[in-house]
Write a protein that binds this ligand. Structure first.
Ligand SMILES: CCCCCCCCCC(=O)SCCNC(=O)CCNC(=O)[C@H](O)C(C)(C)COP(=O)(O)OP(=O)(O)OC[C@H]1O[C@@H](n2cnc3c(N)ncnc32)[C@H](O)[C@@H]1OP(=O)(O)O
Length: 188
């Protein structure tokens, strides 16, 4: 594997208002495929703040997540890691960010019925670039590693979402702000 982070970085600083360790984190958007309660066949990932620069997430692989008979689809597993890594950036740095790059190593097949435990860690910051990595273990926080991932998140302004989001969904959120979790400082 190449060195990580791939560029010189500053040590990340956990935001002073980041949730305390062991705090259960709210979904960040009710219609998010990764965590949203309104998405029937979504991943329904749940996350807990960890110590320092970590977030611990978990999700149950169901029969709607299959790629081969009885096995999780790799793309859905990548989605879970995108969510888990983004949750770490959003809640611990409290800044809006989007995935610029995501790489995944699928180490073991993941059967339907598995609870995947994903430990994400913020590794370094270079300007707007935030480097994060995670490991996913099967059925226990000390289970066999099934997937590893690394990602670059890029810090963005609120304008990013307003400029690019579909109008009707932005309107829905304006009418019902409760659809969004209040985890990041939108005007830091
Ligand atoms: C509590 C909250 C929880 C949230 C959880 C959410 C989890 C899910 C997160 C997602 O899935 S977000 C959706 C998927 N991602 C996107 O839709 C992003 C689409 N891409 C973009 O909008 C733009 O390409 C992006 C904002 C990422 C960057 O565009 P910009 O014009 O703002 O910046 P620029 O292109 O100058 O890049 C900034 C830096 O990042 C670097 N960069 C960007 N993309 C890169 C890439 N792919 N690989 C390597 N480096 C990259 C780029 O080289 C540059 O480095 P330097 O500062 O050193 O010059």
């Amino acid at each position: 594997m190449n060195s990580w982070p791939p560029v010189p970085t500053e040590p990340p600083a956990r935001h002073p208002d980041a949730p305390a360790p062991d705090t259960e984190l709210p979904e960040h958007y009710a219609y998010c495929f990764g965590c949203g309660s309104e998405v029937e066949h979504g991943l329904h990932l749940r996350a807990t703040a960890g110590d320092d620069l970590t977030v611990r997430s978990r999700f149950l692989v169901t029969e709607t997540h299959q790629g081969a008979p009885g096995l999780a689809h790799g793309g859905l597993l990548a989605c879970a890691f995108d969510e888990a890594l983004g949750t770490a950036v959003g809640h611990l740095l409290r800044r809006p960010a989007v995935t610029g790059r995501l790489e995944t190593d699928f180490v073991r097949p993941v059967p339907v019925g598995t609870v995947l435990h994903i430990d994400a860690h913020i590794d370094g910051v270079a300007g707007r670039k935030v480097y994060v990595s995670a490991e996913g273990r099967m059925n226990s926080v000390v289970g066999d590693i099934a997937v590893r991932a690394r990602a670059l998140f890029v810090l963005v302004e609120l304008k990013h979402f307003i400029d690019h989001g579909r109008r009707e969904d932005l309107r829905k959120v304006a009418e019902d702000p409760g659809l969004l979790g209040r985890s990041v400082d939108l005007n830091p």
